[in-house]
Design a protein around this ligand. Structure first.
Ligand SMILES: Cc1cc2nc3c(=O)[nH]c(=O)nc-3n(C[C@H](O)[C@H](O)[C@H](O)COP(=O)(O)OP(=O)(O)OC[C@H]3O[C@@H](n4cnc5c(N)ncnc54)[C@H](O)[C@@H]3O)c2cc1C
Length: 393
């Protein structure tokens, strides 16, 4: 049997890569530092572009079984309450070949894990933190923080925003702190105030803040993400959120917004970070994938979507190219501009959502003049089926 491809990190990107590679005939060893695989933070939006990846990974049915399919993306003013923009989602399959959906992160992770566990070529190893690697002409050797080593043909760093592998490959230090904080929570749908629509992704945009809500688990739950600007900074993820701080920022917003926030007792908070796009993810037999390669703000809801596109593209390049370094170099060249466009555009969307004063008035005027079909068309660069050499047509 060939030497395995090693993967650092068992989030959505790492598991997607394991699955794509094993389905293409490669043995894989995946190392996750946590004692078990888990996703926190509740909801995730799925653009039509990622459904093509689900087909390639063989998990479309598992995803569709637990996803919710909202009717529209709606933006409202968090101060005045008026609708600012609406993109109907019913037309997505006709235009982009696939729906727009929302799913619980745990359900997406479970679909990936379940598919990985069915493939004997994949070894999933938890409690193993990749600390260092050394490569030579024939392969890569990893050293783990807990002790021990592993040897493989190549290494994929899918170890997220604070990637250790990125520091060894690029060495560009910590990610950029955006100054935006996200508070996240999930509410049983039965507790959602009656005036809140249950079948849309709705974003309440206000000065230096917004609230997004959408249904999860076939409509049994409501996912809430409240974002505001703050210098409050805690490295890492999933801290317990200070509710008083959240309320201070959302003072003066619509009663519907505050009624929704008031239903939540416990929030978790995330300090949102990203990086400027850059090349250099690949060094011979080592490359980066997902947030390790191109961390982005969540304003286009595409970080995990991009990680899964990376996974499938990487497997296609390995099939197409005779040697691993050439395949990894081709993969990076194919992905860097697409992911980079999302990184850059996500920052812009954040500014649009959080505009204040005259800027907000200009935004509303601009968006009000848009035809909904044209608005949907404006996302074609992102939602159309991505293509690259080696992908089936
Ligand atoms: C508020 C918010 C909302 C979002 N909404 C969306 C959305 O709607 N749609 C969307 O597509 N994306 C969304 N995203 C982005 C998405 O969550 C990320 O882009 C995605 O989870 C990245 O996946 P990943 O596998 O690359 O990294 P991660 O999910 O961070 O996984 C990395 C894994 O590597 C492990 N690890 C770390 N270091 C090591 C090591 N040294 N050795 C071994 N293992 C290690 C970690 O424990 C972790 O399991 C959102 C993000 C935020 C913050």
């Amino acid at each position: 049997m060939a030497d395995p491809i090693l993967i650092a990190g068992g989030g959505i990107g790492g598991l997607g890569a394991a699955l794509a590679l094993a389905r293409a005939g490669h043995p894989v060893r995946l190392f996750e530092r946590a004692p078990r695989f888990r996703e926190i933070g509740a909801g995730i939006q799925l653009g039509p572009n990622v459904f093509h990846m689900f087909d390639r990974l063989g998990i479309r049915e598992a995803v569709a079984a637990s996803a919710a399919f909202p009717r529209a993306l709606v933006m409202r003013c968090a101060l005045g309450g008026q609708e600012v923009a609406r993109i109907p989602l019913e037309g997505m399959p006709a235009r982009y070949g696939n729906p727009y959906a929302v799913i619980h992160r745990g359900d997406l992770l479970e679909a990936l894990l379940d598919a990985c566990r069915r493939l004997p070529a994949i070894s999933l190893e938890t409690g193993r933190t990749v600390a260092e690697f050394a490569q030579d002409a024939a392969g890569v050797t990893l050293r783990f923080e807990e002790g021990g080593e592993a040897r493989g043909a190549a290494l994929i760093g899918a170890d997220g925003l604070w990637s250790r592998v990125r520091q060894l490959v690029i060495g560009d230090g910590p990610p950029t702190v955006s100054g935006h904080i996200a508070y996240r929570a999930v509410l049983p749908m039965a507790e959602v105030p009656a005036e809140i629509p249950r079948d849309v992704v709705q974003l309440w945009a206000g000065p230096r803040l917004h609230l997004v809500h959408y249904p999860l688990r076939r409509g049994e739950l409501m996912n809430l993400v409240a974002v505001f600007h703050s210098d409050h900074y805690a490295e890492g993820w999933d801290q317990a959120g200070d509710t008083a701080l959240l309320w201070r920022h959302f003072e003066g917003t619509r009663p519907e917004v505050r009624a929704l926030l008031a239903r939540i007792e416990t929030w978790r908070f995330w300090v949102l970070c990203d990086r400027d796009p850059r090349r250099g993810w690949t060094q011979g037999r080592v490359t980066l994938l997902g947030d390790a390669a191109h961390p982005m703000l969540q304003y286009l809801a595409q970080g995990a979507n991009m990680a899964l596109e990376d996974a499938v593209c990487l497997a296609d390049q390995l099939r197409l190219h005779g040697d691993i370094p050439s395949a990894f170099a081709a993969y990076e060249a194919l992905r860097v501009l697409r992911a980079g466009r999302v990184q850059v555009t996500a920052r812009l969307f954040g500014e649009i959502y959080h505009a204040a004063g005259v800027r907000a008035e200009l935004r509303d005027q601009w968006l009000a003049g848009r035809d909904p079909a044209a608005a949907r068309e404006g996302m074609a660069w992102l939602y159309e089926k991505p293509s690259w050499p080696g992908a089936p047509s």
